[in-house]
Design a protein around this ligand. Structure first.
Ligand SMILES: Cc1ncc(COP(=O)(O)O)c(C=O)c1O
Length: 401
C-alpha cells in the first residue's frame, strides 16, 4: 500500500538536473563513456588558500555552535563584499549566511508566503524557485523571456504578469540557464514597475555576478533602485564564483525585519551553518579577485567555443550567453524527427533522454527551466569533453530521420 506524505509535496518533482545526473551515473556504471554537462558546478578545485583558512579555523577550535545568522567574521566579510562589489551597505542585522543560496530562498519564501500568494518567475528560470514556492503554497507565475531578446526580462511582459496577489518577483541575472545579463540601465524600467506594487518583495539572485564576459556588467537591483532596498533580498554565495559548491555557504542582504524572520526559520531548521565552511567563505570573499577573473575568462572562452560549434549544427539555434557558464541551444528544428535508435522526438525532454541514451551526453531539457524546446549544457567542464560533446551532438542530429 502506498503511504501518503504531506500535501505540500504533491506534484513536487525531483529537480530535472539531479534526475539527469543520476541517469548519467547509471550509464557510466555500465561502462558507457558518458560526458555529463548536466550539473551547474565549476570543474576547478576550491582555491588552496581557502582550504587552508578552513583548516586553520578547525585547528583553532572554531568548532562550536555558531550564531544562527553567521559568525561575526563572516558577516563582516559579506558586508565588505556588498560595499566593495555592489555599492550596497548592509548593517550586521541586515545580513545572514545560510546553507547555500538555496536555503536563503527557502527561508525567505517560508517566512513570507501564504497559500495562494503569487511568485512571479521570469523563464527560463533556475528550477528551484517555483519548486520551493510551491512547497509553501505559493503559485508560480511564469513570465517568458524571448531568445530573440537575448532572454532578458521585457518590462511590458513583467507588468502584464503582476497582480495585487503577487508577493515575490524573482530576478536572476546573470541567468541560469541562459546566461542573460541585465545592466543597470536595463533594470531601471523593471524597478519602475516594482514601485507600483508596494507589497511586492524582490529576490535578486546574483550568484553568477562575477561570471560575465565581453566587458558586460551585471547590476544589483538594490543599488539601481535604493528606494526599493527595503523590499529586496540580494542573494549571493561562494558556490559558483569560488568553486565551493560543496561547502554550502550562501548569503543574503536585506531589510532587518525580513532577515529576522528568515533567521527564525533557519534557527528551527539547521541552526547556523558549519563554522569551518564559514571561515573558508570569509577567506574567499576577502581573497584576491584575480582567481575569479581567471575563472570567468575560462568560462567566456569555452562559451564562445561551444556556441560556435552549436551554431554550425543544422536545426539548432543558440543565443550568445553574456554570463554564467551555460549554453542554452534551441532544438525546435529537430522535433518531429526520429533518432537512429528509433525514438521519435516530440519534446526537448525526449531529445535530452535520447541524446543521453544514444550519444552518452547528459544535458538538461528546457522544460525543467520553464521554457521549451531547449537544452542546457554546462560549460564548466574541460575543453576536450566540451568539444567531444559537441561532436556527439552533431552526429546525433545528423542521423535524425
Ligand atoms: C541561479 C542559482 N541560484 C542559486 C543557486 C544555489 O547555489 P548554492 O545553494 O550552491 O549556493 C544556484 C545553484 O545552482 C543557481 O544556479
Amino acid at each position: 500500500m502506498a503511504r501518503s506524505f504531506a500535501r505540500r509535496l504533491d506534484g513536487l518533482p525531483a529537480p530535472a538536473t539531479i534526475e539527469m545526473a543520476r541517469r548519467a551515473r547509471a550509464l557510466r556504471a555500465e561502462g558507457k563513456p558518458v560526458i555529463s554537462l548536466a550539473l551547474g558546478e565549476p570543474d576547478s578545485p576550491t582555491p588552496p588558500a581557502v582550504v587552508e583558512a578552513a583548516h586553520a579555523a578547525a585547528l583553532a577550535g572554531q568548532t562550536k555552535y555558531p550564531p544562527v545568522d553567521g559568525t561575526p567574521a563572516l558577516k563582516a566579510a559579506i558586508a565588505r563584499k556588498f560595499t566593495r562589489e555592489n555599492g550596497l551597505d548592509y548593517a550586521p542585522d541586515e545580513i545572514m549566511a545560510s546553507n547555500g543560496g538555496k536555503q536563503v530562498i527557502f527561508n525567505a519564501f517560508m517566512a513570507t508566503l501564504n497559500p495562494g500568494d503569487e511568485v512571479v518567475v521570469p523563464a527560463p528560470y533556475w528550477v528551484s524557485y517555483p519548486l520551493i514556492a510551491r512547497m509553501f503554497g505559493g503559485v508560480p507565475v511564469v513570465v517568458p523571456c524571448r531568445e530573440e531578446e537575448g532572454f532578458k526580462l521585457d518590462p511590458a511582459a513583467l507588468a502584464a504578469a503582476l497582480t495585487p496577489k503577487s508577493r515575490w518577483l524573482v530576478l536572476n541575472f546573470p541567468n541560469n540557464p541562459t546566461g542573460a545579463v541585465m545592466t543597470a540601465q536595463e533594470l531601471e524600467p523593471i524597478a519602475e514597475i516594482v514601485r507600483r506594487y508596494p507589497d511586492l518583495w524582490v529576490l535578486s539572485d546574483e550568484i553568477y555576478e562575477h561570471l560575465v564576459f565581453d566587458g558586460v556588467r551585471s547590476a544589483s537591483l538594490a543599488a539601481v533602485a535604493p528606494d526599493l532596498k527595503d523590499r529586496i533580498i540580494t542573494l549571493n554565495g561562494v558556490s559558483k564564483a569560488y568553486a565551493m559548491t560543496g561547502w554550502r555557504v550562501g548569503f543574503a542582504g536585506g531589510p532587518k525585519d525580513l532577515i529576522a524572520a528568515m533567521r527564525g526559520v533557519q534557527g528551527n531548521a539547521t541552526s547556523g551553518i558549519c563554522t569551518i565552511a564559514q571561515a573558508a567563505a570569509a577567506a574567499a570573499l576577502d581573497g584576491p579577485a584575480d582567481l575569479v577573473q581567471e575563472m570567468a575568462a575560462t568560462y567566456g572562452r569555452r562559451r564562445q567555443m561551444v556556441v560556435d560549434a552549436l551554431r554550425r549544427i543544422p536545426g539548432l539555434t543558440c543565443a550568445m550567453p553574456e554570463g554564467a557558464f551555460y549554453a542554452y541551444p534551441g532544438v525546435a528544428g529537430c522535433l518531429g524527427r526520429t533518432t537512429a535508435g528509433g525514438t521519435r522526438l516530440e519534446t526537448d525532454h525526449d531529445f535530452a533522454l535520447a541524446f543521453l541514451d544514444e550519444g552518452y551526453v547528459a544535458t538538461v531539457p528546457g522544460s525543467a527551466f520553464g521554457q521549451s524546446p531547449y537544452l542546457r549544457l554546462s560549460c564548466a567542464t574541460g575543453d576536450a569533453d566540451l568539444m567531444e560533446a559537441c561532436a556527439r551532438l552533431e552526429r546525433f542530429v545528423s542521423t535524425l530521420r
